[in-house]
Design a protein around this ligand. Structure first.
Ligand code: NAD
Length: 297
């Protein structure tokens, strides 16, 4: 029987642990604050940001939201970041990507104080992660590690194939999987748009992590019997009955579930974990910045 990995359930457990620790911080007079900055009218980005704000409320953190006109000069975004950096009530800052073309994304990521960079994208935090001394693990790969832990999926000695090499998912995922640490110690292959014969590689894998943003392009024929399949993709496509649109992953679920040993659905797999780990990083940021120990797992 294929194990369907329920990301909603694992994320709910993590949120409960976070809510308890928010109370401990409250007893010490600290309320963790997460600032989200949106400089886009993209409906997906608007939805992501509003979900993140709602998540904050649910665990009694303070959500601060700043919206900037996508046509505004980049300097306005830089000034907003500087103000949030200086605001002691803000422990975490998240600038929703992608940004308009006239804004230099690298400069934005460099500008957020590393101590408040709860996405883990500042070069200092990327360096720390690669060195095996992460301050904030990027939320999606961190959430995937938590799914492995919750479902006793052994990564040590496993052959893992990561499909996608983005700074947000693929690269940090590969880095975490090769570390000499729990939910690491795997042998990792990173595939990307120039990889030859992807199927030959995924078929060798004990663990496949699909993060290419291509609807249902990994099917059951590309998987090894019993493999763990983690589907990161979120793709909006026309629904089969023509009634509108629906969300699908990068994995063709119906054929993959016949072959896989364990699989994450879309929605309800990796997505809720990404959101939970953002709360986790914000909590950690608040603890580090205030010196209040909350015994984080
Ligand atoms: P991205 O567009 O930055 O990167 C896509 C990667 O896929 C690239 O590295 C590219 O080399 C690779 N790729 C493209 N075509 C390929 C092919 N034919 N074979 C192999 N590799 C190929 O994407 P991203 O930001 O990493 O996101 C990937 C997907 O994951 C998207 O659907 C995104 O919406 C989703 N996502 C989901 C979550 C979540 O929480 N579930 C979080 C982040 C991203």
């Amino acid at each position: 029987m294929t194990e369907v990995i329920d990301g909603n359930a694992v994320a709910a457990d993590i949120r409960d642990g976070i809510a308890d620790r928010v109370e401990t911080l409250a007893d010490a007079g600290v309320k963790p604050g997460l600032a989200t900055v949106l400089m886009s009218e993209d409906p997906a980005s608007e939805t992501y940001v509003s979900m993140k704000q709602r998540d904050c409320e649910e665990v009694d953190m303070k959500g601060i939201h700043v919206e900037l006109d996508p046509e505004a000069p980049a300097s306005e975004l830089y000034e907003t970041i500087d103000e949030l950096n200086d605001d002691d009530g803000v422990h975490g800052i998240l600038v929703q990507l992608p940004l308009p073309d006239h804004v230099d994304e690298r400069e934005v990521l460099r500008r957020i104080r590393p101590e408040k960079d709860v996405d883990g994208f500042h070069p200092e935090n990327v360096g720390r992660l690669v060195a095996g001394n992460a301050r904030f693990k990027p939320c999606t790969p961190h959430g995937i590690q938590r799914l492995f832990a919750a479902h006793d999926i052994e990564t040590e000695g496993a052959d893992a194939v990561v499909v996608g090499r983005s700074d947000i998912v693929g690269k940090p995922m590969a880095n975490l999987l090769i570390q000499k640490a729990p939910q690491g110690n795997a042998t990792v292959t990173v595939c990307h748009s120039r990889t030859d014969d992807l199927a030959a590689r995924t078929r060798q894998a004990d663990i496949v992590i699909a993060a290419a943003g291509m609807p249902e392009f990994i099917d059951g024929s590309m998987l090894q019997e019993g493999a763990t399949v983690i589907d990161v993709g979120i793709n909006r496509v026309e629904s089969e009955d023509g009634s509108g649109t629906e969300l699908v992953g990068d994995v063709e679920y119906d054929s993959a579930v016949e072959v896989a040993g364990a699989i994450t659905p879309v929605p309800g797999g990796v997505g809720p974990m990404t959101r939970a780990m953002l709360l986790y990083n914000t909590l950690k940021a608040a603890s580090l910045q205030t010196g209040v120990d909350i015994d984080l797992p």
